[in-house]
Design a protein around this ligand. Structure first.
Ligand code: NAP
Length: 333
């Protein structure tokens, strides 16, 4: 099969089209013929070797973290899927590689794809959808009427997040530039802050929650908008000791995390809020819930651009450029 691989880590290392053996399936796996994959910043972070603290990969490595396609074979103990099923998913860590014609994936990591979406649209959902569902549902437990600030509302994560927060009944403020204004407004954002001209921390106060996709100074300033007992979930900031314990990273890594994140811990104490780093987990069960939201018309995919399979290297560079409005998708078949 054809696949897009890297042979070593590095920013300037090329993404190459290569011939790879067909994946073999285990008894709980399905073999999927991939129709489309979406790209996520984790792809260029993995390529650069920046994700090594949490993710270990051998070379050569097929890149790609989410997909849609058709099941063509099932393992002996697979219960929920049969050949011909149209599915979407995010394979578990250690089993990535969706920039390929086929993938063997554990049945627990996939769901039937939303019936009302094309394969390209469906492929845009799993990683950003699961991340945001886990942030809002599992950690924030976002309630009707609560106020949430969503950073980078026009990005791949942000476009999904605005829609899910509105579906959960929250009041949504978001940061975007002029280029993203109309998009985030159309998705239902209640208050839009032009991050190039305005300081969100001076405009917002008494918020229940912040969803941070940027980290750094933006994350630190975000503590100022929260009310006491408010929560920040970051998918881009520093992991802290709480995350180390929850992810069972062991004493050494957890201690290292508590040292590197000490400024965030001090901000938590000062503002009487809590900070949660999230590293999303694959979940076919949650993808099934998201499928329901999409089929009921509550959430629509937002696609910036679709690239051909052979143009995946350009697609990755485009995403890395940072200005995407919604998702970047690669059509495999
Ligand atoms: N931990 C996890 O499990 C997890 C999961 C998913 C994603 N993530 C991380 O989340 C981050 C965002 O992912 P993504 O897919 O949304 O990226 P993305 O699609 O590349 O985000 C691009 C968007 O961000 C906007 N933006 C850039 N700087 C901004 C700022 N200072 N304020 C407001 N908006 C800004 C850009 O708008 P303009 O062009 O208008 O500036 C653009 O629309 C990445 O770092 C990714 O690795 C982590």
């Amino acid at each position: 099969m054809k696949a897009m691989i890297i042979e070593k880590f590095g920013k300037d290392v090329p993404l190459l089209m290569a011939e790879k053996p067909m994946p073999e399936i285990g008894e709980m796996d399905v073999l999927v013929e991939i129709n489309a994959a979406s790209l996520n910043p984790i792809d260029f972070k993995v390529k650069e070797g920046k994700a090594k603290f949490l993710l270990k990969y051998d070379m050569p490595l097929i890149l790609g973290n989410d997909f849609s396609g058709i099941v063509i074979k099932v393992g002996s103990r697979v219960k929920g899927f049969i050949s011909g099923d149209e599915v979407y998913g995010r394979p578990r860590k250690g089993r990535i590689g969706t920039l390929a014609e086929y993938i063997a994936v554990h049945q627990d990591d996939i769901s039937l794809k939303p019936r009302n979406l094309s394969f390209e649209e469906a492929a845009s959902i799993p990683l950003v959808g699961l991340t945001t569902y886990q942030a809002f549902h599992d950690i924030l437990k976002l309630q009707k009427g609560q106020k949430i600030l969503i950073h980078a509302g026009s990005g791949g994560v942000g476009t999904f997040a605005i829609q899910l927060a509105k579906l959960m009944g929250a009041y949504v403020a978001t940061t975007a530039s002029d280029k993203g204004y109309e998009l985030v407004k159309s998705l239902g954002a209640d208050q839009i802050i032009n991050y190039r001209k305005e300081n969100f921390e001076e405009l917002l106060t008494g918020y229940d929650a912040v969803y941070d996709t940027l980290g750094g100074e933006v994350l630190k300033k975000s503590f100022q908008v929260l009310k006491p007992n408010g929560k920040i979930v970051s998918v881009s900031g520093l992991p802290n000791a709480r995350f180390g314990k929850e992810a069972q990273l062991g004493w050494l890594k957890t201690t290292l995390l508590s040292i590197v994140s000490h400024k965030l811990t001090a901000l938590e104490k000062k503002t009487r809020t809590s900070y949660h780093f999230l590293f999303m987990k694959p979940s076919g069960a949650q993808l099934k819930i998201i499928k329901g939201f999409i089929e009921e018309g509550h959430i629509k995919p937002v696609i910036d651009k679709v690239f051909r399979f052979e143009d995946a290297p350009q697609a990755l560079k485009y995403l890395e450029g940072g200005g995407a409005k919604g998702k970047v998708v690669v059509k495999i078949k």
